[in-house]
Write a protein that binds this ligand. Structure first.
Ligand SMILES: [Zn+2]
Ligand SMILES: [Zn+2]
Length: 112
């Protein structure tokens, strides 16, 4: 199924023809600090999604101690996607659920 989304100012957008392989709601403190809420992340292989636009990158150590890269819109600073450390999830990308234009068919399947 086709999905599209992007940031608040519309400088950044993404699209994919594929449903996320997993939708995970993470309630950890790190995610709650990053989002100001809970994080519902849609997991894809990074080759499955086309990204367009400029991002700023914030690097931080995850629970594993390895470095995650969070990408934010360079204009409106919305959190757009997270690249987990390759040591943990090689070639994966997690996109917050609410960056998608239409979330009707996307619901969390796993909660941690
Ligand atoms: Zn933006
Ligand atoms: Zn988390």
């Amino acid at each position: 199924m086709r999905h599209q989304g992007g940031c608040h100012c519309q400088q950044f957008s993404f699209e994919t023809d594929i449903d996320p392989m997993l939708i995970v709601q993470c309630n950890c403190k790190s995610c709650r600090r990053l989002t100001g809420s809970i994080n519902i992340g849609c997991l894809y292989a990074d080759t499955e999604v086309d990204f367009e636009g400029e991002t700023d990158i914030y690097e931080f150590a995850g629970g594993s101690g390895f470095i995650n890269k969070a990408h934010f819109c360079s204009k409106c600073n919305v959190w757009l996607y997270n690249k987990p450390a390759p040591e943990v999830m090689e070639g994966m990308v997690s996109i917050p659920l609410d960056c998608f234009d239409n979330t009707n068919d996307l619901a969390p399947k796993v909660e941690i």
